[in-house]
Design a protein around this ligand. Structure first.
Ligand SMILES: [Zn+2]
Length: 312
């Protein structure tokens, strides 16, 4: 279990807003036990459920018969994003997508409630809720917004797997040690695809993220996320959520100026052989060279996002 897994889950706990604060608090208690040794790896555990499968391009979908239609939608979306990056960045891989009903739901973090999507990096496998009627991402006010919220998280989880496959396929670490950058990359892949395939969705997402960022101000504004370890559960969930939405907005900003060249240049110019040594202080000047504005962004986090969005 990695810190990235935990924080990812916390981000998704946050999206449900205040009704989730109790859930978030109890979730933190569940972080203390380690993963049970007798647990099977995610893919083996999934296969043991004996679900139906379907191939959509390079995607293998897992589902129960009643969820076939939604599973196919999610598999098609996964295939579309994979095809988009094969066409534009020239890399591809086969992957899995499990669309699970509540009775089959499990996570590699014990106690995760239904419908918080998560990736198995080793298996290139994304676990999604099959239901669009229940779970923490279903907040309304419309079915379209619920669907987009769920689908964006699928694309974000794809982004984690894609970033690993594109930038550092031989690295034995699932996630980068610089957590905000790992999340920025995942969301950059997601946003790039959404922007290219559905501009109305991209615009609506930006509006929603601005509202989320404007609706809360964390007690600490820093790219060094180690401070989060000391926060109480409720504040940690809200703070982590705020940073994720802020990174979504940052990804949109960079994409609007640099498009997919940002990813191409990162691949060429960052020292992907040495990711274990990375930290924010090393990374920021390199990013400043590739996409000028990173230093100013870091220094102006509150004024750029908090105040501007707070006017809404
Ligand atoms: Zn993530």
């Amino acid at each position: 279990m990695t810190k990235s897994d935990i924080t990812e889950a916390l981000r998704l706990l946050y999206v449900g807003g205040t009704v989730l604060l109790l859930a978030a608090a109890s979730f933190l208690l569940l972080l203390l036990p380690t993963v049970q040794a007798q647990d099977l790896p995610p893919l083996a555990r999934l296969e043991a459920l004996g679900l139906d499968t379907m191939e959509v391009g390079r995607v293998t979908a897992y589902f129960v018969p009643a969820d076939r239609a939604r599973a196919e939608e999610l598999a098609v979306l996964t295939e579309e994003v994979a095809a988009f990056f094969e066409q534009n960045l020239g890399f591809t891989f086969d992957l899995g997508m499990a669309a699970l009903a509540p009775e089959h739901w499990f996570s590699d973090i014990p106690g995760i409630p239904y419908a918080i999507p998560w990736p198995s990096m080793r298996d290139k496998l994304i676990f999604m809720p099959s239901s669009l009627q229940e779970g923490l991402l279903i907040q309304g006010p419309t079915e379209l917004e619920d669907r987009r919220r769920v689908d964006f998280v699928l694309l974000h989880e794809y982004g984690h797997i894609a970033a690993k496959a594109y930038f550092r396929p031989m690295d034995d670490q699932d996630y980068l040690p610089v957590k905000w950058f790992e999340e920025l990359l995942a969301t950059y892949f997601a946003y790039a695809f959404v922007h290219a395939s559905d501009s109305a969705w991209a615009k609506a997402a930006e509006v929603a993220w601005l509202g989320e960022v404007g609706g809360y101000t964390p007690s600490v504004l820093s790219l060094d996320w180690s401070f989060m370890n000391a926060l109480p559960g409720n504040e940690l969930a809200r703070t982590y959520g705020w940073y994720q939405f802020m990174l979504n907005l940052r990804a949109a900003e960079i994409y609007d100026e640099h498009g997919l060249d940002f990813l191409r240049t990162l691949k060429e110019q960052l020292p992907w052989q040495d990711t274990g040594d990375w930290n924010t202080a090393i990374l920021l000047p390199r990013l400043e060279e590739i996409a000028p504005g990173f230093k100013a962004w870091e220094e102006s986090l509150p004024s750029v996002y908090g105040e501007q969005a707070g006017d809404h």
